[in-house]
Design a binder for this molecule. Sequence first.
Ligand code: HEM
Length: 380
Amino acid sequence: MNSFPAVDPIPLPAPVWLMKVLHVVTLSLHFAAVEILLGGLLIAAILSVSGHGTYARHAAGAMARRLPIVMTYVINFGVPPLLFAQVLYGRALYTSSVLLGAWWIGVVFLLMACYWLLYQFSERIEAGKTAWPAGLASWILAGGIAQILTGNMTLMLRPEAWAAMYERSAVGAHLPSGDPTMMPRFFFMLAGGLMTGGVWMLYLSGRSVFAKEMKGYLSALGGRIAAVAAIAAIGLAFLVVSRQPDAVRSGLANHTLYSISGYAWLALALLILAAAAMAGLGRHQSAFTTLGAPLLTVLAMIAMTLYRDGIRDLSLLQKGFDVWQRTEVSNWSVIGLFLLLFVAGLGVIGWLISVVAKAAKQHEGPGPVIDSGKIMKGAA
Ligand code: HEM
């Protein structure tokens, strides 16, 4: 029996391929920001525990100061893929969202508490007060949000579990359980977070606002964390795939785009591992570690998001939902206007980034920074 609700009241206003391209692009950006938050926050919270030394405290402060900004990207890059996913997969996603409704609504409040604690964490470090409890609490809430999202994104693929979920609680008081892919998928995101958090430290180590010793500290520690986490993420990626039903696994292997994106992710993860190991073992700093590794990480996010999209489509296909068969009535004038505004929006973001890049830099952390023969403002 097909368990998906029979209604799709509004046809798609644009071709499926266009919706999917926009979905994958925006979701990859959401994942990049989420992974910096999940990994960077945990690393900063641990480094802020007193007793780790001056460099650790300054590294924690530098990361904590940037994390509220990272959170704005998590949220703003989360909204577009949510809209695209709802339009494309509404019959599956709305149903699963209702079935864990209490938790799903709860994300709003968890997010507010998480954000508030993030500011507390950053302000307390700045003021030289004990900060790690606020940082850790914020990280636990972020992890809770990730768990709810993973729960929903796996429940939407399991219509066979929906009736029992509804019988257990009509208000959606329970999170789903019993899916063998769910926990590996969640831990894959957490390991990816630590990998990305370490890569973020590599990126920071290339910034001119830090003194030489501080750069060396960020690079060596970030490299070690990213390397270990990359190995864990690769192992968990294999576990996620091995837990998929046979039909989904063979579908992934036989589909050109999905198999290319799977291998591309693996190759990129190995390159990130190499860059991280170079930085972590040899205190080696070069454009490959400070800029190459972050770029490779963004590309890995895109490859992973494409592959993940394949897992969803093939899983739903097994259950009788083919997203490519959705009724489409494209409204090209609206699509044209949307794309115009989308490109204009990207242009404005680029302009804002260029303004920030040109702004006077404030030295952060211990040790003086010499810039063009002058000691930078704020040097300690
Ligand atoms: C601390 C905040 C957040 C964290 C830690 C977080 C984390 C995650 C994680 C781990 C996933 C992947 C779940 C999986 O498939 O296994 C995910 C997916 C997603 N998140 Fe977030 N998220 C956060 C906030 C948000 C917000 C505020 C929005 C939207 C307003 C959002 C929208 C989405 C969407 C739409 C997806 C999945 C889309 C799809 O599968 O098509 N997230 N998020």
